[in-house]
Ligand binder design. Structure first.
Ligand SMILES: NC(=O)C1=CN([C@@H]2O[C@H](COP(=O)(O)OP(=O)(O)OC[C@H]3O[C@@H](n4cnc5c(N)ncnc54)[C@H](OP(=O)(O)O)[C@@H]3O)[C@@H](O)[C@H]2O)C=CC1
Ligand SMILES: N[C@@H](C=O)C(=O)O
Length: 251
């Protein structure tokens, strides 16, 4: 049976890599993000591999999330895998200098976006007594670093929300997994440094970070273990990174 996965933030990085990895395991896809051109290009790339429906969606807009999830075409309406991946970090300033607007954007995207999407999709999963919510947290949710202030705190929310969802879902067959990647080379740093490409590139210079595909492989794995198994939490770093986001070995 072809099952349907809904991925937020599918227009680049880890979300796009998940979209490329899941069809091999028989998943059809609902791909969402704000950049329609990127979604369409990915839909074209995946033509012939699986069925793909795209939805332009800003996860910060709770009403839009609810409407989009309620209005999926019948072929995509039964979502068995929700990948809450859309997220971002903005800025690396210490708390006393950081932009409040950046903080609000991170809270709205990384916390409220995950809440809105989960709340929209979860009732169907519970009613069918099957489904899986995979949240993309971060090592920044457990490990502090200078400038990580609100970004890390949003990912700590994702970690504890994932655990508390498990508590609420006990007695159902619905699974919840929190995946916490370390540094992965995606558009993440470009977004964080707001187009200051040199700063963004410096993050990945002299080291070999994770690739988006590495995280997508983990998403595919946690979704394909036997239904009796719930992988609660996966913390994954490049071999060149140790105890936290700034503990990166560079040659
Ligand atoms: N790269 C890294 O080192 C790490 C990343 N992560 C997490 O992984 C996740 C994916 O990031 P990554 O792939 O690295 O970065 P990218 O910047 O490559 O991808 C982020 C995705 O999120 C989407 N997105 C951002 N804001 C919104 C929004 N308001 N509404 C809908 N979609 C949105 C973007 O799409 P669009 O702009 O088109 O809306 C894009 O598809 C994030 O949650 C991030 O925090 C965790 C640990 C490490
Ligand atoms: N690697 C990032 C993860 O989320 C970070 O710099 O915090």
């Amino acid at each position: 049976m072809e099952k349907c996965a809904l991925i937020t933030g599918a227009s680049s990085g880890i979300g796009a890599a998940c979209a490329r990895a899941l069809p091999e395991l028989g998943w059809k896809l609902v791909l969402t993000a704000r950049r329609e051109d990127k979604l369409r290009a990915l839909q074209q790339e995946l033509a012939g591999k699986t069925k793909v429906h795209t939805v332009v969606l800003d996860v910060r807009d709770g009403a839009a999330v609810a409407a989009a999830c309620a209005g999926l075409p019948p072929e995509f309406a039964v979502v068995d895998l929700l990948v809450n991946n859309a997220g971002l970090a903005l800025g690396l300033e210490p708390a006393h200098q950081a932009s409040l607007q950046d903080w609000e954007t991170m809270v709205d995207t990384n916390i409220k976006g995950v809440m809105y999407c989960t709340r929209a999709i979860l009732p169907g999963m519970v009613a069918r007594n099957r489904g899986h919510v995979v949240n993309i947290g971060s090592v920044a949710g457990s490990w502090p670093y200078p400038g990580g202030n609100v970004y890390g705190a949003t990912k700590a929310f994702v970690q504890q929300f994932s655990r508390n969802l498990r508590a609420d879902l006990l007695g159902t067959a619905v699974r919840v997994t929190n995946i916490e990647p370390g540094m992965a080379e995606t558009e993440f740093s470009k977004v964080r440094f707001k187009g200051e490409d040199e700063k963004a590139q410096r993050v990945y210079t002299g080291t070999e970070p994770l690739r988006a595909e590495d995280i997508a492989d983990i998403v595919a794995w946690v979704a394909s273990v036997p239904a009796r198994v719930n992988i609660n939490n996966v913390e994954v770093m490049s071999v060149n990174q140790a105890w936290g986001p700034l503990a990166v070995h560079r040659s």
